[in-house]
Design a protein around this ligand. Structure first.
Ligand code: ASP
Ligand code: MG
Length: 428
């Protein structure tokens, strides 16, 4: 029997009715002949509530205890899905991440999967059961004994699902969520946004990294490395959704595929820092040590031995960054530290961007026509990103969506075998 891995997100499991709906879906797929491994997220906002509970006790929780606490959210939803299936006479068992054989490194709160021992999952499948696996978690391993519970970082259930699909050589990996798939832009911001039937791994990875929230970037990366096709689709409809896969048409398409927008951004500027060796290290080393992810970094041309340095961080990290850098700014004799959290990030993404000129000019032109000021710019081979005022985000996103004609359906030309071979060759 082909193995199918499905993952259901928190909003698909938010209450008893939705859990029953998920159980119905599972039963349907089982009757169609699949051996099912179902990865669950915590119900609704449970993970946020658990974080709040801990924050009510201490602002410096022990990372090991925090992971034990957070992992319970997924235990809860796993057992309830199993009970819903039992109530429909479908044999099912819920397993914790550790019971499902998911072994990780020891970085609590952001653990990475080291390996998966699939023996227990295979045994339960062989006994005819639907296997429910608590997402977002695993356990360390110490001399072949299960060690401590770890969690994989926010959104980590996606990673659990793709990793299991790879390990079990699943026929499909389906990520069920509350939207119909991956859109050319956030539909809440851009009403014209269009569902993409297919998106390449590389483009999806950039979109996810730049703020598209449907998929955890690590999960996309894992799918890419292992060649696992991932379907992103809605729990609440029969729409086939978006397939994330190797996209051979990329060379033909040569256009912008989608926009990503992100409001969770803040800008930090060090004004008048001395332009001498070692300054950047003094700024960024303590941030790295504190686990702060720095995104765009811009340093200006210096005037009379001093320069300005700006960078962006996750808005949630801003207070920490200020606390860490204020003493350093004083020691360095820089003029001041300023911050701005009323900014947002908008990116255009497309694998064709690097081999066709003119995308940057078109992007900046569309923003200029709207009177949107660009505060920072960064690029990768397949992306151009601008930092703008948060108040301008909606206008900017709509204008860019129109400028790059993203509302127009792509022509679905199946690539000829020769074209596919060439594009494979070009990418090695
Ligand atoms: N429940 C976890 C979170 O909220 C993991 C997940 O949903 O994927 O981040
Ligand atoms: Mg999620």
């Amino acid at each position: 029997m082909p193995i199918v891995v499905q993952k259901y997100g928190g909003s698909s499991l938010a209450d008893a009715d939705r859990i029953r709906l998920v159980a119905d879906r599972i039963q349907g797929d089982r009757e169609r002949g699949a051996a099912l491994v179902v990865v669950v997220s915590a119900m609704g906002d449970t993970t946020d509530h658990l974080l709040e509970l801990a924050a009510g006790i201490t602002d410096d929780p022990d990372p090991r205890e925090m992971d034990v606490l957070l992992a319970t959210g997924e235990h809860m939803s796993g057992t309830l899905v199993a009970m819903a299936l039992h109530a429909m006479d479908v044999p099912a068992i819920s397993l914790t991440g550790a019971q499902a054989g998911i072994r990780t490194d020891t970085s609590h709160g952001r653990a990475r999967i080291a390996n998966i021992d699939p023996a227990r999952v295979h045994r339960e499948l062989a006994a005819g059961k639907v296997v429910i696996v608590a997402g977002f978690q695993g356990a360390t391993e110490e001399s072949n004994v299960t060690g401590d519970v770890t969690t994989l970082g926010r959104g980590g259930s996606d990673t659990t699902a793709v990793a299991l699909a790879a390990q079990l050589r699943a026929e499909r990996c389906e990520i069920f969520t509350d939207v119909e798939g991956i859109f050319t832009a956030d539909p809440r911001l851009v009403p014209d946004a269009r569902l993409m039937p297919v998106v390449g791994y590389e483009e999806m990875l950039e979109l996810a990294l730049q703020g598209a929230q449907v998929m955890q970037p690590r999960a996309v990366e894992l799918g890419w490395v292992n060649g696992i096709e991932i379907a992103v689709r809605s729990t609440f409809s029969q729409h086939p959704g978006t397939r994330i896969k190797e996209d051979r048409q990329v060379e033909q398409r040569n256009k912008v595929r989608g926009l990503a927008t992100d409001r969770h951004v803040a800008k930090v500027t060090l004004v008048g820092v001395p332009d001498v060796p070692g300054i950047a290290r003094r700024v960024f080393e303590p941030l790295a040590a504190a686990g702060v992810r720095v995104d765009m970094i811009v340093q200006n041309v210096s005037h009379s031995g001093a320069t300005d340095m700006s960078f962006t961080v996750d808005r949630a990290d801003l207070a920490k960054v200020k606390r860490l850098l204020e003493p350093i700014v004083r020691e360095m004799d820089a003029r001041e530290l300023t911050t701005d959290s009323a900014i947002a990030k908008v990116s255009i993404v497309g694998a064709g961007i690097h081999n066709a000129p003119g995308y940057a000019a078109r992007m900046f032109g569309a923003l200029a026509d709207q009177g949107v000021n660009i505060e920072m710019i960064s690029t990768s081979e397949i992306r151009i990103t601008c930092i703008i005022a948060e108040d301008d985000l909606e206008r900017a996103a709509r204008a860019l969506h129109t400028a790059f004609q993203l509302e127009q359906p792509e022509e679905v030309v199946e690539a000829s075998p020769e074209a596919a071979a060439t594009s494979k060759m070009l990418r090695g």
